[in-house]
Ligand binder design. Structure first.
Ligand SMILES: [Fe+2]
Length: 154
C-alpha cells in the first residue's frame, strides 16, 4: 500500500475539519431555534453568534483547501459522514445544549492543534496559522461556556 502524500493527508484533514464546522453550524442553528427556559434570551443570541462563526470558519477552511489545489468536501451528506462531531436531533435542556457545544469545541481544539503541527511539519504555515488561531478562539469560548454552566442556579 502506498503512503498518502503529505498534501493528501492535509487535504483530508481539512475536509474533516470543514465537515465538523458544517455539522456544528447546523447543531447550533437547531439549538438557537429550540432552546427554552430562563436562559432563552442569552442562549438564543449566543448560539446565533456561534453559528455565524462556525459558518465563517467552514468557509475559511474550504478556501484554504482550494488554495492548496484540492476540492473541498462538496455535500452536507458527505460532511455528516466524515465529521468527528455529531448532529443533534434530540430535545435537550439548555444546560445539556451548552455542555454538548463545550465538548464539541474541546474536540475541535484538539483536532486543530494536531492539524497545526502536521501542517507545520510540512511547511504549510498558512494552515498552521489558521488552525492555531481557531483553537485559541475556541479556548476562550470553552471558558465562557463552562463559566455559564458553573453559574449559581436560582
Ligand atoms: Fe434566528
Amino acid at each position: 500500500m502506498t503512503k498518502p502524500s503529505p498534501t493528501k493527508t492535509l487535504a483530508h484533514d481539512l475536509d474533516v475539519l470543514l465537515a465538523d464546522y458544517q455539522v456544528l453550524a447546523q447543531k447550533l442553528r437547531n439549538y438557537h431555534w429550540t432552546v427554552r427556559g430562563p436562559s432563552f434570551f442569552t442562549l438564543h443570541a449566543q448560539f446565533e453568534k456561534l453559528y455565524d462563526d462556525a459558518a465563517e470558519k467552514a468557509d475559511a477552511v474550504a478556501e484554504r483547501s482550494v488554495a492548496l489545489g484540492h476540492r473541498p468536501v462538496p455535500t452536507l451528506a458527505r460532511s455528516a459522514a466524515i465529521a468527528r462531531l455529531a448532529e443533534d436531533g434530540e430535545h435537550r435542556t439548555a444546560t445539556a445544549m451548552v455542555e454538548a457545544i463545550a465538548a464539541d469545541y474541546e474536540t475541535l481544539i484538539q483536532a486543530e492543534r494536531e492539524l497545526a503541527l502536521l501542517a507545520s511539519e510540512h511547511g504549510d504555515i498558512a494552515t498552521t496559522n489558521l488552525c492555531v488561531g481557531f483553537a485559541d478562539e475556541h479556548e476562550k469560548t470553552v471558558w465562557m461556556l463552562r463559566a455559564f454552566l458553573d453559574a449559581p442556579r436560582r
